[in-house]
Design a protein around this ligand. Sequence first.
Ligand code: DGI
Ligand code: FE
Ligand code: FE
Length: 402
Amino acid sequence: MKIGIYGGTFNPPHLGHLAAAKYAVQVLGLDKLLLIPAAIPPHKALPEGTPAAQHRLAMVEIMADAMAMPNIVEVSDMELQRQGKSFTSDTLAELHQRYPKAELWLLMGTDMFLTLHRWHEPKAILDLAGVCAFGRTEQDGEELFAPQRDYLKQEFGAKIVTVTIPNLVDISSTRLRELLSGGAGREYLLPAIYGYILRNQLYGTSADLKHLALPELRACSYSMIRQKRVAHVIGVEEEAVRLAQRWGIDPEPARHAAILHDCTKYLELPEQLQLCREYGVELDELERRAVKLLHSKTGACIARAIFGEPDEVYEAIFWHTTAKENMTTLEKVIYLADYIEPNRDFDGVERLRALCYRDLDQALLLGVETTIQEMEERKAPIHAKTLLARNWLREHGVTIEE
Ligand code: DGI
Ligand code: FE
Ligand code: FE
């Protein structure tokens, strides 16, 4: 088994780190890649304003999730758990114990590679692991690497691979932190990590969460969900705007509701219940145990309280999972955009899509009936509001034409 070890302060993790990590998995053919944020780097003090270790860990976890290789990429807090300076030799010793048969590969950028012989216990490091050094730019290729590689091989018998990463995003963390504190730098970060930084006001950012521009609002939303759901949220945004235009309402509240509609989807039941208590949302018996029914309510609360969205957006998010009787056009648009966005694929989706653009109420009835049928098939209890939504539409003369 080949294990790559990518350590660093990740302050913050940026697109350069991401590209290097992806490339290393590929060129080395890694079975596992461990991303290990350092507690206290041995070679330099953490700069002033460095976020707490837990924030750096959370950002590295976002990066790992974004790599979409869940069976390969893992984040380890082993250096954060350890007391004192984060010596690589200690980390490798610990990993060698845990994986005695594995081939360990240490990943690092140019600067680190060129000073490797001055690290704490270089011999121990190079005995335990091979080194994969990647050039940050085209310039630091062979010319810089070759002498150091030859020296390390001779002096320590080191096993070394050097690579230049094509089209690598060239940014230093120091420069990126400067940009962030000046309100720039977004282009060097994964949107979800940028959103995490904004939400937690890291690196001197001071965005007013209640008046964010769209890229910032999206970034905040994506920072709260798993990467695999982002495509769905983008799809709902597109679809909601189209439906709003089709049915003559302002597309902007629809867009905002869509961007935030699933932002609490990944919170566990206790956190969901805590938010409901905090924001005074009353729950019935079914809701208290069906966690899937809570994210629409808590998402609505977060949208209004944290991101300053108006009541109409709150309501549209609140009812997006169950629907209800007597809905506004915006509420219908969000409920249906969630149902038919371009990534959705289920029996009958095409029929529902067409109906959404022909008759919104018929589409709503079809959506609600489809959910009821699905719940019956799954033998899941049907929410009272879902039944009310269906009955209300029927009582108001809505029938689905073929
Ligand atoms: O959040 P999404 O996955 O995009 O979609 P959603 O907000 O419509 O949530 C769908 C989930 O909610 C699905 O797992 C089933 C659940 N759900 C929706 N209506 C009902 C329901 N669960 C129960 N028990 N009863 C319902 O009436
Ligand atoms: Fe949802
Ligand atoms: Fe959704």
